[in-house]
Design a binder for this molecule. Structure first.
Ligand code: TRP
Length: 334
């Protein structure tokens, strides 16, 4: 708890171009959660270097992501928006937690297996220990809840295991975090293969709407979206392409699938695609305009980066000092 609010932690990587899926599935929910929780939203740049990065690109994207958090509507006075690398406690706690995590546990992580297959030439120790750094992120702030996608649930589970193991030895040091599954479970699928999630690392650019796509590009991608030959606008599992379009439309407008099905009664796929494309463009255009305006205000963004890093350091160091004392490191002389 901070004051009378529960604590929420989440983070995103600044690698790849963020997609509509990242926005509707995560970022949009992050905004509304700031009323109820004391939120820490981190740009997890330390996680990004488990895969080789171009330094200039990483720096630029990290700043763009932090700017996007604000442009999406997160109030940086209310929520703490910061870079993981600006708070050294993340790396320090990760080291300590490494010593409370078993090789066997990490070997079971499905993301590690996937990523090692994909980056077979660079299976580094950081990639292996990635979930431990993630555990440190969460536990440093004594987070009660963590909004994550399905792909990260296993990492959250291991975070809970590590925290419980530590608490069993040293007493109640860490809050045990719960996953937060959004109410509007907007799981946005690929436009080219509605059987898989829209992903920023998809090789086919037509599969994803990128947050910075212009209106023409958005309209073109929706026009090409894969549907089916049923020729009826119904919300059901057997028509995953149509269902995805309806989900996107609902997520942007707040309508329910039933309402959308009625709205398009007797109409064709072309009309649905045009309507969804326009709604998405109407959603993203103001977001892009806010990003552009904020990007010009260097002093404002710099101020947020500095103040929020200090705020994050304050809370993170409180936990880190407690942990260091518990495990027997000599106290600091003040
Ligand atoms: N691993 C997460 C992802 O790729 C990002 C992340 C890092 C994260 N640390 C976190 C998410 C802590 C939630 C909480 O999506």
């Amino acid at each position: 708890m901070i004051g009378d609010q529960k604590v929420l932690f989440s983070g995103m990587q600044a690698t790849g171009n963020l997609t509509l899926g990242n926005y509707l599935g995560a970022l949009k929910n992050w905004v509304s959660l700031t009323d109820e929780y004391q939120c820490f939203y981190c740009v997890v740049d330390e996680h990004s270097i488990t895969v080789r990065q171009d330094p200039a690109v990483l720096r630029k994207r990290a700043r763009a992501l932090l700017t996007l958090y604000i442009a999406a509507g997160i109030d940086p006075e209310k929520a703490c928006l910061y870079y993981q690398s600006h708070v050294s406690a993340h790396a320090e706690l990760a080291w300590i937690l490494n010593c409370f995590t078993y090789m066997g546990e990490m070997n079971r992580m499905t993301q590690f297996k996937d990523k090692s297959a994909k980056h077979a030439d660079n299976i580094n120790v950081g990639l292996f220990a990635y979930p431990v750094l993630m555990a440190a992120d969460i536990l440093l702030y004594q987070a009660d809840i963590v909004p994550v996608g399905n792909d990260q649930l296993q990492h959250l589970e291991i975070t809970r295991d590590i925290a419980e193991r530590f608490n069993n030895i040293y007493g109640d040091v860490f809050t045990i975090p719960e996953p937060y599954i959004g109410k509007t479970g907007a799981r946005i699928m690929s436009l080219q293969d509605p059987g898989k999630k829209m992903s920023k690392s998809d090789e086919n650019p037509n599969a994803s709407i990128y947050l910075m796509d212009d209106r023409d590009t958005i309209m073109r991608k929706f026009k090409r979206a894969v549907t089916d030959s049923e020729a009826q606008i119904v919300y059901r599992e057997e028509q995953p392409g149509i269902r995805n379009l309806i989900d996107i439309y609902c997520s942007c407008t707040g309508k329910t699938p039933d309402e959308v099905v009625r709205e398009f009664d007797g109409k064709g796929y072309g009309e649905l695609k045009t309507a969804v494309g326009e709604t998405v463009a109407d959603t993203l255009t103001p977001l892009q305009e806010r990003v552009a305006a904020l990007s010009k205000d260097k002093a404002y963004i710099d101020g947020i980066i500095k103040n929020n890093a200090e705020k994050a350091q304050y809370f993170a160091n409180k936990t880190l000092r407690k942990v260091q004392h518990k495990i027997g490191f000599p106290d600091r002389i003040r």
